[in-house]
Design a binder for this molecule. Structure first.
Ligand code: GTP
Length: 294
């Protein structure tokens, strides 16, 4: 345990003499932390387990890499905080607070106990990084189709349970084959990345953009009804149309056709997707560079 302590940036130089009881306590915490790879659960388990040894009123955990901010309890005026790190990997920041000062011995104990948290946190980080890579399209940095299917299934259940709206917008670039044929695949790739970036910029942070296929994207709009989704689709269409792309000496204008659908009661995933896709094809058939609503 001492050896590990030395590699962790989080832990102070103060030495800590482990007794048998303390070893058992460490073992108990380490075992409990094996049970999950979710950051919030790890922090909650850790804090529950150390409550008797290092009493505290509140905990705050932030992790910029994954955009996490987890707070629990009532904040006290005395605090101790740790930037958690192993080797060169940042694992977030943990802050405990309470109404009275943290004593020296308590802090030494806490620092020793943090060793139990570091490696489970690193495993959670590696797991979530792998998940992110598996669900991200490398060219456009949007979520990929595998991510879409998983998330849509989850969001349909949630929308039904919470009686919330859920909408989809299919976005398909117009005459993309001609662009590839005339200017080459690199130009096509650049256009795809540019359109994806425009689409992401023209929706809210809570809306999720996926690359559905070659030159087709889909936007998932949580808690958004059909009327609002149609307005957003029109905004996305205008944004794509107004963008000019420079490729060598060429200036390219790109347009897209969009189809919108909103989840109906008891509708399954296939039908929900199909209606948005069909609306998008209608936009193609009726002249392109337009929005059609299912
Ligand atoms: N550069 C590039 N092209 C791609 C990629 N994925 C698919 N494509 C191309 O996208 C083109 C899609 O062509 P079509 O499905 O005929 O559609 P379109 O030319 O956009 O015509 P409309 O959709 O009817 O307006 C094909 O030529 C594909 O090869 C990619 O990752 N990069």
């Amino acid at each position: 345990m001492k050896e590990r302590t030395a590699e962790l940036a989080v832990v102070s130089n103060k030495s800590f003499q482990a007794s048998t009881a303390v070893n058992l306590h460490h073992y108990d915490i380490s075992s409990a932390l094996q049970t999950t790879l979710e950051f919030n659960e790890l922090i909650a388990i850790f804090c529950n387990k150390i409550q008797a040894t290092v009493p505290h009123n509140s905990v705050e955990y932030t992790n910029d890499e994954f955009g996490l901010s987890f707070k629990r309890g009532i904040v006290g005026r005395h605090s101790c905080s740790y930037a958690l790190k192993v080797e060169d990997q940042q694992l977030g920041e943990l802050k405990l607070t309470r109404t009275h000062r943290f004593g020296k011995d308590e802090l030494a104990m806490l620092e020793s106990l943090l060793c139990c948290l570091i490696y489970p946190l690193r495993n959670a980080t590696l797991f979530h990084q792998a998940l992110q890579m598996a669900y991200t399209d490398p060219l456009t940095q949007t979520h990929n189709r595998a991510g879409f299917n998983d998330m849509l299934a989850r969001e349909i259940k949630r929308a039904n349970r919470c009686e919330q709206h859920l909408s989809l917008i299919f976005v398909d670039i117009d005459h993309f084959k001609a662009l590839n044929d005339e200017y080459g695949h690199d130009c096509g790739d650049m256009a795809l990345a540019a359109v994806a970036s425009k689409v992401k910029d023209s929706v809210r942070g809570s809306d999720v953009v996926f690359r559905y296929g070659g030159e087709e994207f889909v936007i998932m709009l949580i808690d958004t009804n059909l009327d609002a989704a149609a307005v957003i689709a029109e905004r996305v269409r205008t944004c794509i149309e107004s963008q000019t792309l420079a490729y060598g000496m060429e200036v390219l204008n790109i347009t897209a056709s969009l189809g919108v659908s909103s989840l109906r009661g008891n509708e399954n995933m296939e039908s929900f997707i199909k209606r948005a896709d069909t609306a998008m094809y209608k936009a193609k058939q009726t002249g392109r560079n337009r929005v059609c609503v299912a």
